[in-house]
Design a protein around this ligand. Structure first.
Ligand code: KIV
Ligand code: ZN
Length: 497
């Protein structure tokens, strides 16, 4: 039988403390609705005493969210607790989250008091909060660096005072997974009344161990995890919701479950990222752009044979449509053929060899080959050999330099070259081309476009020329726009009958 781990989402409180990522109430409501849809158990909606904005957000979120518990943060201060209770007045299910520092650092250097005073203030805060709500969570700030014996005394006292959940934050992200797990186990084994409360983890990612620490906490008896979408939060962030949810879902051996509807993970991730203007790093587990992308030939071949060769999660499970095969210079024929088939092409073996050859030439110049590039490659292959073909192009240009171009064209199997200057590299190259052809042509239209984006992108050139009152069209593509332009020009000329 699987035991449930409760998901306490603090994207709107600890997550929102990221500099420059503050949200207005409307945006917070959008996220709160998405979190409810996602299936979180608790939404920490804000720290009401901290600002009128936070106070209002807690009020408004309380009005629209019906399933999850709405939680408001306070310090162990009466006024904070009163304001939190007021902000939670409309919540169907409400919780006050109060607490105080318990580490020697915090006691001595931040709060500047004694351990005995901390014990008293912790218990008093919980007792006071219980006057307003039934559900009170206590946090022992900097528990990660607190002495286990003292921490156990505080936890026992706050449970006696009425705490329903006890939160053991690794506030500075210092603990090793073993150490954090042992801390939770110590509390389980040494706090006499621990069965009357749920133990919660709250890990920060300063050393990149937030998820590992959270999982060790759960393995050792915690049944609530405090997490944020995309792992956002103070400094290096909090534990990320999607990682913990998918670890619990994937590892049946843990015999645990959450109520997260995993198919909503990706859309929620993107909503938070967009509203907070906080891009998700491409290699972020579960929700990064590359989390289900395969780029090496060996992996692509393996994934095409059976996705599970290189994927432990089906991307559909987290709301990503499908795994992606990124076509690069390291891709093999199998991956290229797969993409061609997806685009509706069914090349025979010889044609595939030819396309693959052109594909590699392009991939050497451009990091990633997209569907547009492939369509262009297919167009080139379909056209076959041309009577005129660019063989050589060399240009000199730049600030204070006179643009000069040397062009070599293969005309009926023989290379002819010419050199010319112009008012820019394209003008110089076109002038050299004109020297090599025996026809008078007028350039009527010339259009350069980048196909997608980025300085490494392919440039696409459309040209319209006129010869003896007839119009001819030319088309060229290359990562080098001068080459693309000359190819388009030659393409148009070669169509003159
Ligand atoms: O990291 C921390 O200790 C916190 C508490 C306020 C719960 O965010
Ligand atoms: Zn925190």
């Amino acid at each position: 039988m699987e035991e449930k781990v409760m998901i306490f989402d603090t994207t709107l409180r600890d997550g929102e403390q990221v500099p420059g990522c503050q949200l207005n109430t409307v945006e917070k409501l959008q996220i709160a609705r998405a979190l409810e849809e996602l299936g979180v158990d608790v939404i920490e909606a804000g720290f009401p005493i901290s600002s009128p904005g936070d106070f209002n957000s807690v009020i408004e979120i309380s009005k629209v969210v019906s399933e999850p518990v709405i939680c408001a943060l306070t310090r162990a201060v009466k006024k904070d607790i009163e304001v939190a209770a007021e902000a939670l007045q409309y919540a169907k299910r409400k919780r006050i989250h109060t607490g105080i520092g318990t580490s020697p650092f915090h006691i001595k250097n931040k709060i500047r008091t004694t351990p005995e005073e901390i014990l008293r203030r912790a218990a008093d805060a919980v007792k006071y909060a219980r006057k307003f709500v039934e559900d009170v969570e206590f946090y022992a700030e900097d528990a990660g660096r607190s002495e286990n014996e003292f921490l156990a005394r505080v936890i026992e006292a706050v449970i006696n005072a009425g705490a329903t959940v006890v939160n053991i934050p690794d506030t500075t992200g210092y603990c090793l997974p073993e150490e954090y797990g042992a801390k939770i186990r110590y509390l389980k084994e040494n706090v006499p009344n621990i069965d009357r409360a749920v133990i919660s983890t709250h890990c920060h990612n300063d050393l990149g161990m937030a998820t590992a620490n959270t999982i060790m906490g759960v393995i050792n008896g915690a049944r609530q995890v405090e997490v944020t979408i995309n792992g956002i939060g103070e400094r290096a962030g909090n534990t990320s919701l999607e990682e913990v949810a998918m670890i619990i879902k994937s590892h049946h051996d843990l015999k645990l479950r959450t109520d997260i509807k995993s198919k909503n993970i990706f859309s929620t991730s993107r909503l938070v990222s967009t509203l907070m203007s906080m891009p998700v790093q491409p290699n972020k587990a579960i929700v990064g752009r590359n989390a289900f992308a395969h780029s090496s030939g060996i992996h692509q071949d393996g994934v095409l044979k059976d996705r599970e060769n290189y994927e432990i999660i089906d991307p559909v499970e987290v709301g990503v449509k499908e795994s992606s095969i990124i076509l690069t210079a390291r891709s093999g024929r199998a991956a290229l053929n797969h993409r061609l088939e997806m685009l509706g092409y069914t090349p025979g073996k010889e044609e595939l060899d030819e396309i693959y050859h052109r594909f590699l030439l392009l991939a050497d110049k451009k990091k990633e080959i997209n569907d547009e590039d492939i369509k262009i490659l297919m167009g080139e292959v379909a056209q076959g050999e041309k009577s005129l073909k660019l063989d050589l192009l060399q240009v000199t240009c730049g600030k204070s330099a006179i643009p000069v171009a040397t062009v070599g064209i293969l005309i009926n199997g023989e290379v002819h070259t010419a050199t010319s200057s112009g008012n820019g590299p394209i003008d110089a190259a076109f002038s050299a081309v004109r020297q090599l052809i025996s026809r008078t042509v007028h350039l009527e239209e010339f259009l350069i476009q980048a196909i997608t984006r980025g300085s490494d992108d392919i440039g696409k050139v459309h040209i319209q020329i006129e010869h003896e009152e007839k119009t001819y069209y030319g088309f060229g593509t290359n990562t080098d726009i001068v080459t693309a332009s000359v190819e388009a020009f030659i393409d148009a000329i070669s169509k003159i009958k």
